[in-house]
Design a protein around this ligand. Structure first.
Ligand SMILES: Cc1cc2nc3c(=O)[nH]c(=O)nc-3n(C[C@H](O)[C@H](O)[C@H](O)COP(=O)(O)OP(=O)(O)OC[C@H]3O[C@@H](n4cnc5c(N)ncnc54)[C@H](O)[C@@H]3O)c2cc1C
Length: 397
């Protein structure tokens, strides 16, 4: 015997950044809103974000900071609910925050402040949260409603919002449900892959670079599609740091990336000056003025590093400059979803309304946040996409 469904105007799957924002906005419009999540807590990724301080947005947001097969898609949502709108909300709650490099905004105290703000807004908007709720199946009824069967009962909703996020960090409750549901409703899904993720190295590079673990250097990292100037970090597993995470979202397996460890200088000119001024100095002694000492033999080899400058021809100095300013590094792979901050690819934007996030395949179905094929750079862009897309859907669901 099938029990009677619990009815609601809007059912949102996923109590993360996008789902909570959508719920708040829909609730404020007087819609009854139920948010389901299989986790035991809402907003787990918000809590772990930005090293616990949540880089909740960026002062400088442009469509160029997002990766998608349809680069125009994000424009409408980002311009309808901007970073200034979210900052105004944060200020209304008197949450102290600060700006770091490249316009990144972080909480002074804790990411909890952002989650508590969203939960307070949900409460005011009379949103119901149902946690530890496992979705068994979702069906479209003949009268255009959605039936959602779960371990906590059977729900019926006029609007269904998929806000279950991407695949990164399965330990934090990430799951493929959003992609599966979108596919079930006839949507095309662009292949997914891990983005904003550390690189792993081939055995030989790993052995020579392992001792550099902990060193961080401002670098410019590039490939033919993108270029980022931020720190790189050597780790015991490979390479990380903001510049590496950024380029990882533009990296294809098998490709090399170019690392310029001294992006702001004419290194060859400087080496020639040193060659003339202190010919007896070893190369590593001179370069230690520019780079961490341990890095030099690891990248150039001990023999070269120990050679006095006077033994270098200008052509060999040019080769040294090339090794440090055009270091061609071929990663073995990435650390994958285990540590990635985001998922690239996802629900094809061309089958969603850029204004409302509604599906063009099924009336009443909406897809928001990371499950959509819109991936932001590091720096608060992914949360801004979640806020903006969630807000847009929240106006119409
Ligand atoms: C370690 C880390 C740090 C990050 N730091 C930042 C940062 O500082 N700034 C920034 O902009 N971005 C950051 N990000 C990215 C950002 O967290 C995400 O892009 C953002 O949370 C996406 O929002 P969302 O609502 O789409 O998905 P999520 O916030 O992931 O929410 C999805 C929700 O759906 C639920 N769910 C999943 N599957 C199911 C299912 N089968 N049934 C029911 N519920 C389900 C999940 O439990 C979760 O609550 C970080 C990510 C990680 C992993």
């Amino acid at each position: 015997m099938t029990s009677r469904p619990i009815t609601t105007d809007v059912l949102i799957i996923g109590a993360g950044a996008a789902g909570l924002m959508c719920a708040i906005e829909a609730g404020k419009r007087g819609r009854t809103v139920l948010v389901l999540d299989h986790a035991n807590k809402a907003g787990k990724k918000i809590l772990m974000s930005g090293g616990g301080r949540c880089n909740f947005t960026n002062t400088d947001i442009s469509p160029d900071n997002f990766i998608s097969h349809n680069p125009h898609f994000c424009k409408s949502a980002l311009s309808r609910y901007t970073q200034w709108d979210f900052i105004a909300l944060v200020e209304r709650y008197n949450i102290a925050y600060h700006e770091r490099d490249l316009g990144k905004l972080f909480c002074d105290s804790s990411a909890k402040d952002i989650l508590n703000m969203l939960l307070a807004e949900c409460e005011q908007a009379q949103v119901t949260l149902q946690l530890e709720c496992l979705v068994d199946s979702v069906e479209n009824t003949n009268d255009g409603q959605f039936d959602i069967h779960t371990n906590q009962g059977y729900f019926r909703a006029a609007s269904l919002v998929i806000a279950s996020g991407g695949l990164s960090i399965p330990k934090m409750c990430a799951s493929p449900l959003g992609y599966q549901l979108a596919e079930q409703f006839g949507h095309h899904i662009w292949p997914t892959s891990a983005g904003l993720v550390p690189f792993t190295l081939h055995t030989q590079d790993k052995a020579s670079l392992a001792e550099l673990s902990g060193i961080s250097v401002l670098s410019e990292v590039s490939n033919p599609r993108a270029r980022f100037r931020e720190n790189i970090l050597f780790t015991h597993r490979g390479l990380s740091g903001p510049a590496i995470l950024q380029i990882s979202s533009y990296w294809q397996p098998g490709e090399a990336v170019t690392v310029n460890l001294l992006p702001d200088m004419d290194l060859l000119g400087w080496l020639k000056e040193q060659h003339a001024a202190r010919p007896n100095s070893k190369l590593k002694t001179a370069l230690a003025e520019l780079l961490p000492r341990r890095l030099i033999p690891a990248l150039l080899g001990t023999e070269v590093a120990d050679t006095p400058l006077q033994s270098f021809s200008h052509a060999r100095l040019a080769a040294v400059a090339g090794q440090l300013q055009q270091w061609s590094l071929k990663p073995n792979g990435t650390e994958g979803y285990r540590t990635a901050e985001v998922t690239l690819g996802g629900v094809d934007c061309n089958e969603l309304s850029s204004r409302t996030m509604q599906s063009s395949k099924v009336d009443g179905l909406y897809v928001i946040g990371e499950v959509v094929d819109v991936t932001g750079w590091l720096g608060g862009y992914n949360f801004q996409w979640a806020w903006s897309s969630g807000w847009c859907a929240g106006q119409v669901v």
